[in-house]
Design a binder for this molecule. Structure first.
Ligand code: FES
Ligand code: FE
Length: 450
C-alpha cells in the first residue's frame, strides 16, 4: 500500500499543495499508481491503417509499441527486449512483419512474442523457452470509435465505464461525422519544462486563463476587433463545465457548431461545417452540436480542443517536464482543401509555434521555475472557483456541471488523482464515487435553462 496522499490535495475545500507538481517521490508514485492503473491513449486507428503498421508511444514513461495485427485488431506491448532491455523497435512508426532488437538480435512477432534468438543452439543449447520471454503485453486494449486506449491494470473498470459521463462530451467531437475522424500531418512533438498536471488540468477545467493569457493572440488573430471588444465575448456567452471520473470538459455555447473561429484558418472549414450541419445534428443532436466542443481532458493525460482541432497526450518526463505529442484531427470525409484549412488553423494556434500554445507553455514553465523555491513548494494554491455551486445534469448535459468559469473539473481531476495516489483499489474508488453521487445536488433541467 502506497503512502496516503491526504493533505496534498483537498478537493472538497479547493486546496492544492504545490509539492504535487515538483516532488520526485510523488512523481514516482504517480508512475505506478496513476499511469500504471489508468486507461491511457495509445493511438488513433488512422495511424495504423494496415496490417503490420505500428507506432511507438508511451504509457507514463514506459515505451510501448502499438501494432495492427494480422486479424485487424490492435495490440500493444512494452518496447523493451527481455534479454538486456534494449528497445525492441527504435522507429517511431512504420510497417513491419517482425521486430528485431538491434543489440543482440532477438526477434519478436507483431504481438510481441519472442520468435527468434540468434545462435540459439550454440549459445543456449536450445534450452531457452522462447514462449516465456516475449515482450510484456499491455493486458487490456480498448477501441472506442476509432481511438485505442490501453491499461496495465487488470482491475480498472471497462473503458466505457471509466469514461462515464465524459462519453457525452467525447462523442460530441469524435461522433460528429458519419465516417469518423482521422489524424493528419503526423505527430508534432516538443518538450515543455513543467509538470504534466498543469497541462492536463488546464485542458480539463481552465477557460478562465484565456482572457488574460491569450488576450494578445486573440487580438492578433481575429479580423474584427469588435468581436473581442470589452472583456471578451466569452464573458458574455453562456457556457458550462463538466467534471466526472477525473475527466473534464468546458464549452461556450455558439451557433457555429463548435467549429473553428473562421479566422483560425481561411474559412473553408467553417463554410463546409455549415453546409454539412444536418449530418452533425443527426449524429450528436443539435443541442450537443452547438454546446459541446471546447477544452477537454480524459484523465489522466489525453486532451483535445473542439476548436482548433487538436488532440494531444502530455507524456510525463519527471516532475518538471513533459513531452507533448499533438495531432490535428479532421473529418475523414472532408475535402482536401478543408483538411488543409483545419491544419492551418491548428498550426497558427495550437502547435509548437502556435500563438496560444506558446502562451500556455510560458505560464507552465514559469510556475515550474517558481516551484524551485522551498517556500514556494510549501504553500497552498486556491482551486475554489465555483465551489459549492456544482449542479448535476443541467440542460441535459450529464455529470457534475458548473459555469464555464469554474474549477469543478479541476477539483474532480485532483479527487481522482488523490483516490489513485492513496492506493485505493478501483472497486473502493467506485464505492466512494457512488457515495459522492448520492450526496450531489440534482437540479431539474427546466430550472436551469439559460
Ligand atoms: Fe535485445 Fe540483447 S538486449 S537481444
Ligand atoms: Fe490556453
Amino acid at each position: 500500500m502506497a503512502t496516503p496522499v491526504s493533505g496534498l490535495v483537498d478537493p472538497d475545500r479547493g486546496y492544492v499543495n504545490p509539492a504535487i507538481y515538483a516532488d520526485q517521490a510523488i512523481y514516482e508514485q504517480e508512475l505506478e499508481l496513476v499511469f500504471g492503473r489508468s486507461w491511457l491513449f495509445l493511438a488513433h486507428g488512422s495511424q495504423l491503417p494496415n496490417r503490420g503498421d505500428f507506432v511507438q508511444t508511451y504509457m507514463g514513461e514506459d515505451p510501448v509499441l502499438v501494432v495492427r495485427q494480422r486479424d485487424g485488431s490492435v495490440k500493444a506491448f512494452l518496447n523493451q527486449c527481455r534479454h538486456r532491455g534494449m528497445r525492441i523497435c527504435r522507429s517511431d512508426e512504420g510497417t513491419s512483419k517482425t521486430f528485431t532488437c538491434t543489440y543482440h538480435g532477438w526477434a519478436y512477432d507483431l504481438e510481441g512474442n519472442l520468435i527468434n534468438v540468434p545462435l540459439e543452439d550454440r549459445a543456449y543449447r536450445n534450452e531457452i523457452d522462447k514462449s516465456k520471454w516475449g515482450a510484456l503485453k499491455v493486458p487490456r486494449v480498448a477501441e472506442y470509435k476509432g481511438f485505442y486506449f490501453g491499461t496495465w491494470s487488470e482491475e480498472a473498470p471497462e473503458f466505457e465505464e471509466y469514461l462515464g459521463d465524459m462519453a457525452y462530451y467525447f462523442d460530441a467531437v469524435v461522433g460528429r461525422w458519419d465516417n469518423g475522424l482521422e489524424f493528419v500531418g503526423g505527430t508534432s512533438k516538443w518538450v515543455i519544462d513543467c509538470n504534466w498536471k498543469f497541462a492536463s488540468e488546464q485542458f480539463a477545467s481552465d477557460i478562465y486563463h484565456a482572457q488574460s493569457s491569450h488576450a494578445s493572440a486573440l487580438m492578433a488573430l481575429v479580423d474584427n476587433p469588435a468581436y473581442w471588444a470589452g472583456i471578451s465575448y466569452q464573458s458574455q456567452t453562456p457556457g458550462r463545465q463538466f467534471g466526472g471520473n477525473g475527466h473534464g470538459a468546458g464549452s461556450f455555447w455558439s451557433e457555429a457548431l463548435g467549429g473553428p473561429d473562421p479566422t483560425y484558418g481561411t474559412g473553408d472549414y467553417a463554410a463546409w461545417v455549415a453546409a454539412n450541419k444536418d449530418e452533425v445534428f443527426r449524429n450528436v443532436g443539435e443541442d450537443r452540436a452547438l454546446r459541446v466542443a471546447g477544452h477537454n481532458t480524459i484523465f489522466p493525460n489525453f486532451s483535445w480542443l473542439g476548436s482548433p482541432a487538436t488532440m494531444r497526450v502530455w507524456h510525463p518526463r519527471g516532475p518538471g517536464q513533459i513531452e507533448v505529442w499533438a495531432w490535428t484531427y479532421v473529418p475523414k470525409d472532408a475535402p482536401e482543401e478543408v483538411k488543409a484549412d483545419i491544419r492551418l488553423g491548428t498550426q497558427r494556434t495550437f502547435s509548437p509555434a502556435g500563438s496560444f500554445e506558446t502562451d500556455d507553455g510560458e505560464n507552465w514553465t514559469e510556475i515550474q521555475q517558481v516551484l524551485r523555491g522551498w517556500k514556494a513548494r510549501h504553500n497552498t494554491f486556491n482551486a475554489q472557483m465555483g465551489l459549492g455551486h456544482e449542479e448535476r445534469d443541467v440542460h441535459g448535459q450529464p455529470g457534475e456541471t458548473n459555469d464555464a468559469f469554474s474549477e469543478t473539473a479541476a477539483r474532480g481531476f485532483y479527487r481522482r488523482w488523490a483516490d489513485l495516489m492513496s492506493g485505493l483499489s478501483w472497486s473502493e474508488i467506485a464505492e466512494l464515487d457512488a457515495e459522492r453521487q448520492a450526496t450531489a445536488t440534482a437540479v431539474p433541467q427546466e430550472v436551469r435553462e439559460v
